[in-house]
Design a protein. Structure first.
Length: 267
């Protein structure tokens, strides 16, 4: 089928794409945006079926875009070719690459997770910055976490900055969104130990056993862990800090803690 061409910035589809940058219109429509060659390719590889696919050859960076467009069309996407100005209007990136997909949101429950005998999980509570959440997803993927559980979210996992910062890992690592009491009860039922990170403990993360069935708990950027997890975690651990700073960026702290667990678990 020949793609529909859109040049007007006042076209209803252009206006709707701009609205989908915000959470409420995304949730009302039940869709989200995937921008960029790498992100869209990974989404398609993981079975995400976009309903709409927008492209602009004037913004292409390479020679592989036509094959990706054909792959999206084969997956059922309706194609739209935009003018350079129209694509610049809908793009989330400062320098777009001319590829944008609209895909359906999904909801995964704790009960949907297929876990091995010794699961390695990451639980994050009330992460505020989309870029941090996306980077955390990348870190969990690199560390081999079996799932990421987002508790009491402040930002949603379908925020365009989450999708971008995760570089498409959002589509490969199982992600569940829930509330802290439900997650705590589920972890206890499954016999999964919890190690929560905080500066308010004497237990060093390198001297704590992080093997076996385990969930590492990370708190929000501004407030750290809530009282619920401070009281309910199996063990509290800290990363030693020699300078004047009293905390690390949550994404960096996550990387450090996850890979100490990887070191112990691979030993």
């Amino acid at each position: 089928m020949t793609p529909e061409k859109i040049t007007s910035l006042q076209n209803p589809r252009i206006k709707q794409l701009v609205k989908l940058r915000d959470r409420r219109p995304r949730d009302e429509a039940g869709v989200f945006l995937i921008e960029g060659y790498r992100e869209i390719r990974r989404a398609l590889e993981k079975g995400i079926r976009p309903g709409e696919f927008y492209f602009c050859p004037d913004w292409f960076l390479g020679e592989n875009e036509p094959a990706l467009i054909a792959q999206a069309q084969a997956a059922g996407a309706q194609l739209f070719e935009l003018s350079k100005e129209a694509f610049a209007k809908v793009a989330y990136r400062e320098r777009p690459d001319g590829l944008l997909a609209v895909a359906p949101q999904w909801r995964r429950r704790l009960e949907d997770l297929a876990l091995p005998a010794e699961p390695f999980l990451l639980v994050v509570e009330s992460i505020e910055k989309p870029g941090n959440l996306g980077t955390i997803l990348r870190s969990a993927d690199a560390a081999g976490c079996h799932a990421v559980i987002v508790c009491d979210p402040v930002t949603d996992i379908f925020n365009p900055n989450v999708v971008r910062a995760s570089t498409g890992v959002l589509f490969s690592v199982p992600v569940v969104v829930s509330d802290s009491p439900t997650v705590h009860a589920w972890l206890k039922e499954k016999g999964i130990r919890t190690a929560a990170t905080t500066p308010h403990t004497t237990n060093l993360y390198t001297q704590t056993d992080l093997r076996g069935p385990l969930a590492i708990i990370m708190g929000s950027e501004q407030y750290g862990l809530s009282g619920f997890w401070m009281k309910g975690a199996g063990v509290l651990v800290r990363i030693p800090m020699a300078g004047q700073a009293d905390s690390l960026n949550v994404a960096m702290a996550t990387i450090i803690t996850l890979f100490e667990a990887v070191r112990q678990r691979s030993g």
